[in-house]
Design a protein around this ligand. Structure first.
Ligand SMILES: Nc1ncnc2c1ncn2[C@@H]1O[C@H](COP(=O)(O)OP(=O)(O)O)[C@@H](O)[C@H]1O
Ligand SMILES: [Mg+2]
Length: 272
């Protein structure tokens, strides 16, 4: 399949679509799962979609989606290939809807982990340039709140903060938001509660998080949605297949579709 990046019209004829960063603070809460499934949902809604692995040092989108990228972000940062050459394609489901482009990272890459400020600025500019030919770009960020990660989040139009109902997830997410707002005081991330065993505890986690943000940071982060804990997610990863392909009717994918709908409408309002 031809990459959307090369198939698109000249950048000057298009306006870049919104850039959405998926963040969490804590690792293992489901950022990569959510980012991949959201990308397929935006694509199925008719948007040309790019997913960038911004997990500097522990990149794994390619592994989750069973891709064999011919190039990656580390190669771009080293000046070996162009961003266009780093693009891989994810095919859509049975009806071929939901296919999107991916720029993979490179796990353990020294050139990506521990980027200096100039390198982080170049990376951010490169992603912004790549996003010009897409209707929507998603960046799957690393866990933690290092300078390069906060910089990528601050450069995005929107941030989706993935949390779970575990206290460690809430404290790490709060630390992330606090640092993000030190860099970009207007930042107001959306919240997604993932891996929810029941609606009540997911809502309680969101309420506790939003109250802390309101008390100490002076803003209430909007809830983008709740994604249920679902065995289909682990199965899809073990099969290295996108969730929209392996389990399109699963509870988790149904919930993620609703989140994509919410974010798409929010973005249309913001970017009209
Ligand atoms: N909604 C869910 N239901 C069940 N398991 C999930 C769900 N979301 C994530 N997981 C599990 O959590 C693990 C970590 O997810 P991942 O997306 O790699 O986290 P992160 O990118 O935040 O480090 C996955 O391997 C998957 O098994
Ligand atoms: Mg990840």
């Amino acid at each position: 399949m031809k990459s959307l990046l090369s198939a698109n019209s000249a950048p000057e004829q298009r306006k870049a679509g919104p850039l959405l960063a998926i963040a969490s603070g804590k690792g293992g809460v489901g950022k990569t799962v959510i980012a991949g499934a959201l990308a397929s949902c935006f694509a199925a809604r008719g948007e040309r979609t790019l997913l960038v692995d911004g997990d500097l040092g522990m990149a794994n989108i390619d592994v989750q989606l069973g891709l064999h990228p011919r190039g990656d972000l580390a190669g771009v940062m080293a000046g070996q290939i162009s961003l266009a050459e780093a693009v891989s394609c994810v095919s859509g489901g049975a009806d071929m809807a939901g296919g999107f482009d991916v720029i993979a990272g490179r796990s353990g890459s020294a050139s990506l982990a521990g980027l200096d400020p100039a390198g982080a600025a170049r990376l951010s500019a490169g992603i912004a340039a790549a996003s010009m030919t897409y209707d929507r770009t998603l960046i799957d960020l690393a866990a933690g709140a290092d300078r390069a990660t906060i910089r990528l989040a601050a450069a995005a139009d929107d941030v989706l903060l993935v949390i779970s109902d575990e206290p460690t997830s809430l404290t790490d997410a709060y630390a992330f938001v606090k640092l993000l707002r030190l860099r970009d005081e207007g930042a107001a991330p959306f919240v997604l509660v993932n891996n929810a065993t029941d609606e009540a505890s997911a809502k309680m986690a969101y309420t506790s998080f939003s109250r802390t943000c309101e008390s100490f940071l002076g803003f209430i982060p909007p809830l983008a949605g709740i994604v249920r804990r679902d065995v289909s997610v682990g199965k899809a990863i073990r099969q290295q297949t996108a969730l929209n392909v392996s389990a399109p009717g699963s509870p988790a994918f149904t919930d993620i579709k609703a989140v994509a709908g919410f974010l798409a409408v929010g973005a249309e309002t913001a970017y009209a």
